[in-house]
Every structure is written in C-alpha cells, then in structure tokens.
Design a protein around this ligand. Structure first.
Ligand code: HBI
Ligand code: FE
Length: 295
C-alpha cells in the first residue's frame, strides 16, 4: 500500500496509538504483555492439536508456512514478507471493526485488516468482537492460497458496489461473506472440512460444525446463500459446503446487480430451514435450535 499518513495520536480504550488516515495503526508489538503472548500460545496450541482432522489442508499448510506457532504473538512485518511474496496481500493493524466501506476498500486493494489486540485469559472460548486471534489465526492462513486470495479481493470490490446500491444489497453480500469466509465448509477426499475463519478460531464450533447432527450441511449456491439469514449469537444452524475454492471465485465473477433485484422481491430464508431445491449433505436434527433473531 501507499505509505500511510499518520494523522494523529489518539487515546483509545487500549492506550495511546498512532492512527492513520486509512483507519490503520502500527502493531504496537512491544506493548503486548506476557499474558497476551500466553493467550496466543494457548489458543494456538489448542487449535493446532484439534484442526488436523477438522480443517482443510490449504488452511493447515498456511498455518505452517507462516510459522504461527513459533511462540508468542507474531509480528505483522514478518508475516507480510511471506504474504507479499506469495499473493501480494498485506496485513494492516486496526483497532477493531471498521465502517463497511473502509473494510471493503482494504480488501479491494489486497489489504487485510487485523485487530492488533488479543482477548483476555477468561475469554478463550467466546468474545463478541473479532480480536487478533480470530483475525490472524482464522483469516490469514488462507490468504496464501492464490484462488482464495483473489476471492477475498473480489468480495471487497463487490462490497463497494453493493454499498453504493443500498442496504438490502449490502445485507445479501454480507450473508455471502458470513456463510463462506466466516463459516464455510469444503468437500475433500477426507470428508467435509472447515475453511471458515469463524469456525477455525473457535474450538467449540470446530467440533460442532463437523461432528454434530444438529445443523444442516447444504451445497453452496450463490443465490441461496445471499438469501439466507444468519445467527451471530449461537453456532450456525446451516453450513454451506463448497467443492473447491475455484467454485467460490467463479461464483463472484458475474455482476450481482440482477441477483440483488430478484432477492428484493421475495422473502429471506430462515437460518435453519431446508428447501426442496437444496443439495443436502446432512439434514440437521435441529437439536438445540432457537428460532427468530437471525439476520
Ligand atoms: N471490519 N476490521 C473489520 N473486520 C471485519 O471483518 C469487518 C469490518 N467491518 C465490516 C465487516 N467486517 C462486515 O460487516 C462486512 O463484511 C460487511
Ligand atoms: Fe472474521
């Protein structure tokens, strides 16, 4: 990216940090405490032990190539040397969630925003906002995969367009991100595996998404996904399964404008529903499902 212009220092919840015009900061690596590094090591070890039989090989390969388990919180500068050479992506440090259009602009320019701060030891299993472990361990390994890396950029470009069209189009596109980048499953020779960042960064949902009989596991279909509400407060009721990353990238080739117009005419599908037109890998037992409150 262009050298960011440092606009000012700002007092934030997490201390005094330089803020750039792009909403990015410098990763304040020296300010991480011993506890912060221990939280990273604990979460890393837990997922690294679990994921060989749950995550897709592309994800596992990425974790190894970055050396995410070398001990302590990684330095973004080190990761960027590997990432830049591999796919031309760059990690930028941020305080947290960015306005949609700022987030999309980063992705469209192959910059991935990563929250620089890490959760506290009493939040290992759940926290409401994305932290360093979710953003870095969850999202970044697959940015080494050229096809997935291109999909993320295409999503960013699509986001800028959807933002200009209006809130309903943006909701349709956000559901695509949710059911792929965050909670996607992929078919492999070893059975269904995880590629979604929201799953691989969570021990509980890693196990649930693959082993539980409760949720539906349905074949990926672009329009179906864009029309399906999702839950932010529980494990997902439905996971969508892709055949490969090419399928994902190819789906984002056509202009979404006619799809947005069509979906605006009808009703969205509830998070846990199965339709007659679905490709069903597993029809969930719905055990433990709560109804209502999905987006
Ligand atoms: N900002 N830093 C950050 N990370 C995200 O994942 C993110 C965001 N802003 C908006 C957003 N995600 C989503 O709501 C978009 O996919 C629409
Ligand atoms: Fe995420």
């Amino acid at each position: 990216m262009d050298t960011p212009r440092r606009v000012e220092h700002q007092q934030t919840d997490r201390g005094y940090v330089p803020v750039y015009a792009t909403g990015t900061v410098e990763q304040p690596w020296a300010s991480y405490s011993k506890t912060d590094h221990e939280v990273w090591d604990t979460l890393y070890r837990r997922q690294r032990e679990l994921l060989p039989s749950y995550a897709c090989q592309e994800f596992l390969d990425g974790v190894e190539r970055f050396g995410l388990g070398d001990g302590g919180i990684p330095r973004f500068d080190d990761l960027n040397k590997v990432l830049g050479k591999a796919t031309g992506w760059e990690l930028v440090a941020v305080e947290g969630l960015l306005p949609d259009e700022v987030f999309f602009d980063h992705l469209a320019n192959r910059r991935f925003p990563v929250s620089w701060w890490i959760r506290k030891p009493d939040q290992l299993d759940y926290l409401a906002e994305p932290d360093l472990f979710h953003d870095l361990f969850g999202h970044v390994p697959l940015l080494l995969n050229p096809v997935f890396a291109d999909y993320m950029q295409a999503y960013g470009k699509g986001g800028m367009k959807a933002h200009a069209i209006g809130p309903e189009a943006l909701m349709n596109l956000t559901r695509l991100y949710w059911y792929t980048v965050e909670f996607g499953l992929i078919r492999t020779e070893r059975g269904l595996r995880i590629y979604g960042a929201g799953i691989v960064s969570s021990k509980g949902e890693s196990i649930y998404s693959i082993d539980s009989a409760a949720p539906n596991r349905l074949g990926f279909d672009l329009e179906r996904v864009m029309n399906t509400r999702y839950r932010i407060d529980t494990f997902q009721q439905t996971y969508f399964v892709i055949d490969n990353f090419e399928q994902l990238f190819d789906a984002t080739g056509p202009d979404f404008t006619p799809i947005y117009a069509k979906l605006a005419q009808g009703e969205a599908v509830a998070a846990g529903d199965v339709l007659p037109t679905d490709t069903i890998y597993q029809r969930g037992t719905r055990e433990g499902f709560v109804s209502g409150g999905d987006n």
